[in-house]
Design a protein around this ligand. Structure first.
Ligand SMILES: [Zn+2]
Ligand SMILES: [Zn+2]
Length: 338
């Protein structure tokens, strides 16, 4: 089969690879229907994460079950499945508490920009749809694999409540999905921080009521203007930089909450500032698997349309162009189909 391999910064190649095989009886092999490039794939693309040796890449996927291991229950070849970027057995102590992305048997998917994928803990990780969904729903279902679920997690971690005010820091696919999630959680006012016009439009379509283009101290000042000087009840931090975290913590009201879902790079939180702010802080890899049944239902019944974050569709063979377009902010998110 063929798939993407990252060799170093700016160097993703579409190569012939060994077909994935069942290695453990709990594995399944999935034939990819659609996959995509994630904002977090840009960290190694930009050299901000080191690539010590060439390796396959990609962690978002929907597809068809091709083969299941001897111990996989509830799945059969031909089914259409959506899976989380983090594998989970759904039976360990952490999974039973809902922390599926902290499963004792967790592995992070990392070979998904390919024609076939081996999925560990398949019975827990994958959710099959009822029949094969119409292809127009595939992009939306694909977002559930990571960015939509991560947006949902941002809203949960930031404790978005009906009638509240939420700020979303970051206008990538996760930030835009976080706007959708805040809306779904009943936030009355949703302030999207974005200086990029097409993304502002999509944020408004997803439920943002206000857009703040300023950043840093000026951005925080704008949030204060919009919230009678109080700050927001919830801030959803969807970037992962120190600047974004600073804006998030300073944009929350005393007693408010920050959910941080961008993988932190160089983020340093000042203990004294956090202590005296009375702001609650929670983050981590999203427990996407817990949300999947709800997200799949919302997409298939057209109550949300998160597939709109894909503004570039490419053949999988052109995967490198997907990275380039996202890196240069020509595209929000690149959809790849074999
Ligand atoms: Zn991702
Ligand atoms: Zn588990």
């Amino acid at each position: 089969m063929r798939g993407a391999v990252i060799h170093g910064p700016g160097d993703v190649r579409f190569e012939t690879l060994d077909d994935p095989k069942i290695l453990h009886p709990t594995d399944a092999i999935v034939r990819t229907a659609a996959t995509c490039v994630c904002g977090s794939d840009l960290w190694p693309w930009r050299g901000q994460d080191a690539t010590e040796h060439a390796h396959p890449i990609g962690h978002e996927y929907v597809g068809f079950v091709e083969e299941v291991g001897a111990e996989v229950t509830g799945l059969r070849p031909g089914q259409f499945v959506v899976g989380s970027f983090a594998t989970s057995d759904n039976t360990c102590a952490h999974c039973r508490q809902g922390w599926t992305s902290h499963c004792e048997r967790r592995e992070f998917m990392s070979t998904c920009q390919a024609e076939y994928i081996r999925v560990p803990q398949a019975a827990g990780t994958l959710v099959a749809t009822d029949g094969v969904p119409d292809a127009r729903h595939w992009p939306g279902l694909l977002t559930a694999s990571d960015v939509l679920g991560t947006g949902w997690w941002a809203a949960e971690a930031a404790q978005v409540r009906p009638g509240s005010t939420a700020v979303v820091v970051g206008d990538g696919a996760v930030g835009l999905c976080a706007v959708l999630a805040a809306r779904h959680s009943g936030a009355e006012r949703i302030i999207a921080m974005s200086r990029h016009e097409p993304r502002q439009r999509l944020a408004r379509a997803f439920g943002a009521t206000d857009v703040v283009t300023e950043r840093g101290a000026e951005g925080v000042a704008r949030i204060m203007d919009l919230t009678d000087g109080l700050g927001a009840d919830s801030v959803l931090e969807c970037v992962g930089t120190d600047a974004a975290m600073g804006q998030a913590l300073r944009g929350a009201r005393p007693g408010g909450s920050v959910g941080f879902v961008g993988v932190p790079h160089g983020v340093a939180v000042d203990g004294q500032e956090l202590f005296f702010s009375h702001v609650g802080l929670r983050g981590g890899p999203a427990p996407v698997r817990r949300y999947l049944p709800e997200l799949i239902d919302l997409v298939l019944t057209d109550r949300i349309d998160p597939g709109r974050v894909f503004d570039l569709a490419l053949p999988l063979a052109d995967v490198a162009e997907g990275y380039r377009a996202m890196d240069e902010r020509r595209a929000i998110k690149a959809l790849l189909t074999p």
